[in-house]
Design a protein around this ligand. Structure first.
Ligand code: HEC
Length: 126
């Protein structure tokens, strides 16, 4: 009766240190692998810097009229997902403005305007 309440085999206490060591090894290997994956993932996503900047600028300066997806069309603004203009034409329009659209010359640098124009090109693809 007393034996039944303690089903652990005597060898268990001896096996324990090995089990812990084995588990720690596995944890360390898993940890290293995770770091490797994070490091490599960061490299690939860092490739397309212009699109990332363009999106940040768009969110900051353009969503008020065009909306997150470009479809808001506030204040008579065009649905950017349906726009057929080229990237070069958009750069001119963003720089100089048009009707109620703000000219971004002096607000954004030419590089930022190029990046945000490139980002609007990705909206029409969706
Ligand atoms: C104050 C509101 C407003 C803001 C802010 C604004 N736009 Fe516009 N946008 C408009 C309006 C209005 C039009 C349509 C102008 C027209 O053709 O009469 C337009 C048109 C456009 C077009 C042309 C679409 C086509 O048919 O080719 C692009 C591209 C564009 N905007 C990009 C942007 C970008 C990028 C930003 C941010 C840097 C921005 N807009 C910020 C109001 C705005």
């Amino acid at each position: 009766m007393l034996q039944a309440s303690c089903p652990m085999p005597p060898s268990f206490s001896l096996a324990l240190p090995h089990t812990i060591l084995f588990m720690m090894n596995k944890l360390i290997i898993t940890g290293l692998f995770a770091i490797l994956v994070i490091a490599c993932g960061g490299n690939t996503s860092g490739k397309d810097v212009s699109t990332l900047d363009g999106k940040a600028i768009y969110v900051e300066k353009c969503v008020v009229c065009h909306g997150m997806d470009g479809k808001l069309s506030l204040n008579g603004s065009k649905d950017l997902t349906l726009a057929t203009t080229t990237e070069a034409e958009r750069i001119v329009q963003i720089t100089k403005g048009k009707n109620t659209m703000t000219p971004f010359e002096g607000i954004l640098t030419p590089e930022e305007i190029k990046a945000v124009a490139a980002y609007t090109m990705t909206l029409s693809a969706q």
